[in-house]
Every structure is written in structure tokens, then in C-alpha cells.
Design a protein around this ligand. Structure first.
Ligand code: DGL
Length: 270
């Protein structure tokens, strides 16, 4: 009974940890495309091709349902995958929709028309590819009216995190938050729209100050997947827990262990 978890690299491990806590009876197969990370500076065609290749690899592991634990892939590729590529017996879910449902105080999976919500000013921190896709604004507009979104492309941040350079990552968080606050001085909510950013959540909170509600994805995605699996128990595939990477398994395992503070052993995806 396995569900696939896809990310461009290590960031999706923050989502995986929440999935494992919330759904201990489910096995997860994690696929990190570390050889091609970061995705945030790639174009949409490239991200689509790489994401499809990773999802196909997870199908081979018996995962009929795959969570794209990567905002960049969810933003740049998911809609196209669902509309043009996905076979009828497979499902791919993204990480934007649960976040937006939480932000707009909706029940999971509520697809009723957009309505007025309490939120007026939202800050989005994400990769350059996610910001330029405008997928967040598009999905938000399906659900809420009158929310002003200011988006900050956080250039360099995923690279610094993947390289384990936390001093640089912290400095980048502060400068990106300052840049956003110059354009939107009083957001009520800030969205960490990249699965790497929960690793820097404390720095985002410190830079934003106490008055801003910070929305981080892992627990929201886990709650929404639990609800999805209640409604679609047939989507629990075959397969067994595994960690796959397109990068160097030894190096990726070392960094993953350092980030997550527990032993994680990756195998080569090929
Ligand atoms: N962690 C991913 C995301 O949520 C991708 C980061 C990247 O590869 O640039 O956007």
C-alpha cells in the first residue's frame, strides 16, 4: 500500500515527515530528482518533462497515487499533466490546493464558487518559476474574491538549502522578506510556497514579525491527503517504503539525514 511523493530534491521530505506522522499505516515511496534540482529556475516545458519522468518512475514502484510535494512542479506542470497526460487509473495531487483551501477557510475538496473571505493581503514566498506561473493566484481566484497577493521570488534560497549553507539561507530569507514588506507592508498571512522553506520557517517568522500568520504546507497537505484517502481508498497502490534519487545516493542520504535529523538512506532511481 504505497503512495508516491515527488520532489525536485530534498524539500519534499518536510511534506513526507508530516504524511508519515498523520498516516502511519500508509507506506510512502519518495522520489527526489536531485540531479536536476533546483526546478525553480527552469522553464515550464522542462519542469513538465522532468516531473512526468519522476511520476512514471513512481508508477513502476506500484504508486497509482502520487503527491507532487513540490510547488514548482505543481505550479508549472500539474494542470498540463492532468489535462493531457495522466491515464484514467492514476492520480497526481499537488500541494497548492490544500494550502489555498486552508487560507480561504474551506473544507478539503470544497469546489463551490469563489466567495468573500476575511483575508485581504497575502504574501507569497516561492521559487521564481512558481511566482511566474501565477498558479497560486489562479487557484486562489477559483475560491476567494478580493484577496490581494504580493509574490516574492526567492532566488537562490533553494540552492542554499540544498547545499546545506544555512547562514546564506537565513540571510536570503531576511532580504526576500524585506523586499516583499516594502511592497506590502502589512500582510495578514504569509505563505511558504516551496517545500524547502519549512526548513527555514523560524527565520521567516522572525523576519515577518509576530502579527503575520505563517502558512506552511506539510501538515495541511497531510490532512488533505488523509481526507482524500478516506474518500478514495482504492488509490492506495502496491509497493513498499523507499527513497529514490536521481542524484548521488550517498551524498543525498547524508544531506537528508542532516536536514531531517534522522537516518535516511536513498537508493539510485535508475
Ligand atoms: N521544493 C520545491 C518547491 O516546492 C522546488 C524547489 C526547486 O527545485 O527549485 O517549489
Amino acid at each position: 500500500m504505497a503512495v508516491g511523493v515527488f520532489d525536485s530534491g530534498l524539500g519534499g521530505l518536510t511534506v513526507l515527515a508530516a504524511l508519515e506522522r498523520r498516516l502511519p499505516e500508509v507506506e510512502f515511496v519518495y522520489y527526489g530528482d536531485n540531479a536536476h534540482a533546483p526546478y525553480g529556475v527552469r522553464d515550464a516545458d522542462d519542469i513538465f518533462a522532468l516531473t512526468c519522468a519522476g511520476v512514471e518512475r513512481l508508477w513502476q514502484e506500484g504508486c497509482d497515487l502520487v503527491v507532487l510535494a513540490c510547488n514548482t512542479a505543481s505550479a508549472a506542470a500539474l494542470r498540463r499533466m492532468q489535462e493531457t497526460w495522466l491515464p484514467a487509473d492514476k492520480r497526481v495531487l499537488g500541494v497548492f490546493v490544500p494550502l489555498i483551501e486552508a487560507l480561504t477557510e474551506r473544507q478539503w475538496g470544497d469546489s463551490s464558487p469563489p466567495r468573500e473571505v476575511a483575508l485581504r493581503h497575502a504574501a507569497l514566498f516561492a521559487t521564481p518559476a512558481t511566482v511566474s506561473s501565477r498558479a497560486f493566484q489562479r487557484e486562489l481566484a477559483f475560491r476567494a474574491i478580493g484577496v490581494d497577493v504580493e509574490a516574492q521570488p526567492c532566488a537562490g534560497l533553494v540552492d542554499a538549502i540544498e547545499q546545506g549553507d544555512m547562514i546564506l539561507a537565513e540571510a536570503l530569507v531576511h532580504s526576500h522578506v524585506e523586499a516583499l514588506l516594502r511592497r506590502m507592508p502589512h500582510p495578514e498571512a504569509a505563505v511558504l510556497g516551496c517545500t524547502h522553506y519549512p526548513l527555514m520557517e523560524a527565520a521567516f517568522r522572525a523576519a515577518l514579525g509576530a502579527g503575520v500568520a505563517v502558512y506552511s504546507q506539510p501538515d495541511l497537505v497531510a490532512e488533505s491527503l488523509a481526507d482524500y484517502l478516506d474518500r478514495h481508498p482504492d488509490m492506495l497502490g502496491r509497493g513498499q517504503r523507499a527513497f529514490l534519487t536521481t542524484g548521488d545516493p550517498a551524498g543525498v542520504s547524508r544531506k537528508a539525514t542532516q536536514f531531517m535529523r534522522r537516518g535516511i538512506a536513498f537508493a539510485a532511481a535508475e
